[in-house]
Design a protein around this ligand. Structure first.
Ligand code: 5AD
Ligand code: SF4
Length: 440
């Protein structure tokens, strides 16, 4: 097509941004855009941004700085900022970086094609509304192209928890659940296009309470059981969960629903009751540990993953030790840990930060412990049989890479297998960040 335009989109941050970027690509497809892998031959550059920590937000500005030369060479090039930095900073982005033509928040990106048209008239476009209409419905259905075997599907967005450190309730807004039927339609469509594993996404995914056609409200567990009936869908995952929303039916499903994978991301942030209170987490150390016990009763082999923040204001060495003890007790197969980063507009940002070197040193110790646990759990897989969903070819001829039910990356030689196959594999080796296996 002669008037086909090229879109370069770069995604930062969480899995929901990955999903959002896919939807933005689809929306822009309707406006004549196809994607390109390099900014150099793009007609439009879109950064889908993350505001969760200061570093993530600053990256956006340095990236924008790098596009200055390109914009000078190609004045018709349109540059847009989407996602949570767009939501949080709005017009300020255009003030700080005048090469930006378009700023669109995460709830308004179904309006992207109109906004792009406005920039073609030489105007700037800004939309950080939380509109009434359902953006998922406004976006055209995903094109019927074939897909990889694993896909994300957003079922819930926003957060009402207001942890004292977190920008999400401000950038993504209040908790909203998508209606059941729309999710089921999207899931069936994904499966028709080759998807065999769906990860249900939400900032508080287990707080899901979507309306069904019958007008009643469904829990996440009920939604999972309905997805369980979809032929061709083999695996279901969900992320991210809040401990307080881990309801009985969801815990039970981990023991009884075969398609629900034995992996749960359940952030606790800190093991100190004092810090948890100051973080406004509304659960304590004991309630979290009891919850973990109940989940493991339902599904003894479940692999747990967590998020931790170190160096929160007023965190003492003892508070930090409480976190380390909790980690020792739970034993995580995977974890994400961060040094506390004050975010403008959040209550914790009013408090004095602790010494940076102390925070860095704590982060180092915590990460060493997590790495050790991760490695121990990986090593314990050697000799075991797992199922692997093949997702891509490996670097060597005949080699393939996929994920086990525990989300471990597994490399194996599988000459006759195809991407999308679900194969039985015996684990023979544990490497730094992956496992090696053989077909059984
Ligand atoms: N500083 C450091 N880490 C943060 N997170 C959220 N906000 C902050 C912040 N201000 C972490 C939490 C959360 C994860 C997505 O990011 O651990 O679970
Ligand atoms: Fe942020 Fe807390 Fe909501 Fe998670 S639960 S998105 S950390 S406010």
């Amino acid at each position: 097509m002669a008037n086909e335009k090229k879109l370069f989109i770069k995604t930062y941050g969480c899995q929901m941004n990955v999903y959002d970027s896919e939807r933005m690509v689809e929306a822009m497809g309707g406006a004549g855009y196809t994607t390109t892998d390099t900014p150099d031959d793009a007609d439009m550059i879109l950064l889908n941004t993350c505001h969760i920590r200061e570093k993530a937000a600053e990256k956006v500005y340095s990236e924008l700085g790098r596009f200055k030369g390109l914009k000078a060479e190609k004045p018709d090039l349109k540059i847009g900022v989407a996602g949570c930095v767009a939501q949080a900073e709005g017009e300020e982005i255009m003030r700080r970086q005048p090469i930006v033509d378009l700023v669109v928040g995460p709830q308004a990106y179904h309006r992207l094609p109109e906004m792009e048209a406005k920039t073609q008239q030489g105007a700037k476009a800004l939309d950080t509304d939380f509109p009434e209409e359902d953006k998922f419905e406004k976006l055209k259905g995903r094109p019927k192209a074939k897909r990889g075997p694993a896909a994300f599907l957003t079922v819930q967005e926003g957060c009402d928890k207001f942890c004292a450190f977190c920008v999400v309730p401000y950038t993504r807004g209040a908790e909203v659940s998508r209606p059941v039927e729309r999710i089921l339609t999207e899931a069936r469509d994904l499966v028709e296009r080759g998807v065999r594993e769906i990860t249900l996404l939400g900032q508080n995914v287990n707080a899901y309470h979507g309306l069904s056609g019958g007008g009643d409200s469904w829990s996440l567990a009920k939604l999972i059981w309905e997805l369980d009936k979809v032929d061709g869908l083999e695996r279901i995952r969900f992320t991210t969960s809040h401990p307080n929303d881990m309801m009985d039916d969801l815990i039970e499903a981990h023991g009884t629903c075969k398609k629900l994978m034995p992996y749960l991301h359940l952030p606790v942030q800190s093991g100190s009751n004092k810090i948890l209170k100051r973080m406004n987490r509304s659960h304590d150390r004991d309630s979290y540990l009891k919850l973990v016990e109940r989940i493991r009763e339902a599904r003894p082999d479940i692999l747990l993953s967590g998020d931790f923040i170190v160096g929160f204001p007023e965190e003492t060495e003892q508070d930090f030790q409480d976190t380390m003890d909790l980690i020792e007790e739970v034993k995580y197969g995977q974890a994400f840990s961060f040094k506390y980063s004050p975010r403008p507009g959040t209550p914790a940002a009013e408090r004095a930060v602790i010494d940076d070197a102390t925070a860095s040193e704590r982060l180092y110790r915590l990460q060493a412990l997590i790495t050790q646990q991760q490695r121990e759990i990986q090593d314990s897989m050697v000799g075991r049989e797992v199922s692997v969903l093949l997702e891509k070819n490996g670097r060597l001829e005949g080699q393939m890479v996929g994920k086990s039910e525990y989300l471990h990356s597994v490399h194996l030689t599988a000459e006759d297998a195809q991407i999308g196959d679900l194969v039985r594999v015996k684990i023979v080796k544990s490497r730094t960040n992956s496992l090696a296996g053989e077909l059984v």
